[in-house]
Design a protein around this ligand. Structure first.
Ligand code: CAP
Ligand code: MG
Length: 431
């Protein structure tokens, strides 16, 4: 019988990737009756030039564009992709390749894209973060400590005036940033334009009263033309950040808005809502490390990375590897979690730690991330027995205690706000 399929042509365990190849690491489980070799052949084929059957004819250049599965180690496989497969600077096209059809193949029971390493030939087509960590520290005049912020809670429902008033209390408690929640955009009770106007007024008041730089992560997520208008309005009102829900917005929109915001000299805060639909299952989907890598490459300035101690998934090892991907000049390989990545001139981006935090957990988050991060404490300040401003101050006092090498109990002797937070929550790790 004529040869029906050619998946085996995409497997060569002795293959050494070329300098300019993109190398992806997958976790895979073959379906019943499928060998590992057949499975990895399908992964390499379907994510590059192949299809399910042999073909009548093929131009000779195809040979040079085929991906090669070359290192099978248990349920992990590395696949080398010739650089010629990829359009310069087009992130969505890369995802359609190495994170596209392959997740739906019947011959594969489970598949997870763990990481990918990009050669300089690919990285050089991306600009990375416009501000980066240093640019944000200069912009906010925060030299050493983590940046801090909070979302008005409950998530949505406040009028623009109520929202701005809570924002003012947050700033006056010592926080740098007031963040919109991921599902707040422009609702009848809190129109974007109204919120910007009122927040601008209270930002100026808080900056005057504190002498500190204050800003906000105002959510511009919407169809792209609307996002452009919202970015422009933020810029015209002196805001230096904009927030985008990057997973729901999509890679094309994020790439475009990175350009728009960088032209304004503005930083992009990337919320990652929806990420857990594909990154929490250890056997299937796409890791947060890889999502973080793509967004640093595209050029967000900070992105949520988890807490390890809060209410949402992501253990210590994962959040630290995400932080490495975001911050390091060279991300070192880490077992079966991370491939080595040289970032060249691409600036580092801040990991954002948020979700179920309260003052007593701030030092532990700093143990995990160090100071090069953004810490968002939202319910954990608005639930403080003495209110938002006291909650923010309690969190700042906890942060300064950590930086001064003091325990929270010692610091609480001089901070009624921290003492009240400890009395309410202790060291609770919410689920
Ligand atoms: C946190 C939060 C953030 C989560 C997102 C929320 O509020 O505003 O969206 O941190 O998760 O809506 O839950 P709390 P992640 O501080 O009150 O929990 O950071 O893991 O992407
Ligand atoms: Mg939220």
């Amino acid at each position: 019988m004529a040869k029906v399929e050619w998946y085996a042509d995409f497997v060569d365990e002795g293959h050494s990737p070329l300098k300019d190849d993109i190398v992806a690491l997958f976790y895979f489980e073959p379906a019943a009756g499928i060998s590992k070799k057949e499975a990895v052949g399908r992964i390499a084929s379907e994510s590059s030039t192949g299809t399910w059957t042999t073909l009548f004819t093929m131009p000779p250049r195809m040979k040079k564009l085929m991906a090669t599965a070359f290192e099978i180690d248990g349920n992990f496989v590395k696949v080398a992709y010739p650089i010629g497969l990829w359009e310069e600077g087009n992130a969505p096209q890369l995802l359609s390749g190495i994170a596209g059809n392959i997740f739906g193949m019947k011959a594969i029971e489970n598949l997870r894209l763990v990481d990918a390493s990009f050669p300089h030939a690919y990285v050089r087509n991306f600009k990375g973060p416009g501000c980066g960590m240093e640019g944000i520290r200069r912009m906010m005049k925060v030299k050493k400590r983590p940046l801090t912020g909070a979302v008005p809670k409950p998530k949505v429902g406040f009028s623009a005036a109520e929202h701005a008033a809570i924002g003012y209390e947050t700033w006056m408690g010592g926080f740098d940033l007031v963040k919109d929640d991921e599902n707040l955009t422009s609702t009848h009770f809190n129109r974007f334009e109204e919120r910007v106007k009122l927040m601008t007024r209270l930002r100026e008041k808080a900056e005057k009263e504190t002498g500190e730089e204050k800003d906000a992560l105002i959510n511009i997520t919407a169809p792209v033309a609307q996002m452009e208008k919202r970015a422009k309005m933020l810029h015209e009102n002196g805001w230096r950040y904009a927030m985008v829900d990057v997973v729901v917005a999509g890679t094309c929109a994020v790439q475009h808005m990175r350009e728009v915001l960088a032209d304004y000299g503005m930083a992009m805060h990337a919320h990652r809502a929806m990420h857990a639909s594909f990154d929490r299952n250890p056997k299937h989907g796409i890791t947060m490390q890889f999502l973080a890598k793509m967004h640093r490459l595209i050029g967000v300035d900070q992105i949520h990375a988890g807490t390890a101690v809060g209410k949402l998934v992501g253990d210590r090892k994962e959040v630290q590897s995400v932080a490495n991907v975001l911050r390091e000049k060279v991300t070192k390989a880490e077992g079966k979690m991370l491939l080595r990545q040289e970032w060249g001139g691409i600036k580092g981006a801040f990991p954002v730690s948020s979700g179920g935090l309260h003052p007593a957990l701030v030092p532990e988050v700093m143990d995990i991330f160090g100071n090069e991060c953004v810490i968002l404490v939202s319910g954990g300040i608005h639930g403080h027995p003495k209110g938002t401003r006291a909650g923010a101050k309690a969190s700042m006092d906890a942060m300064h205690a950590k930086m001064d090498g003091k325990t929270l109990e010692e610091a609480a002797k001089k901070s009624a706000e921290l003492r009240a937070a400890l009395e309410k929550w202790g060291y609770l790790k919410p689920r």
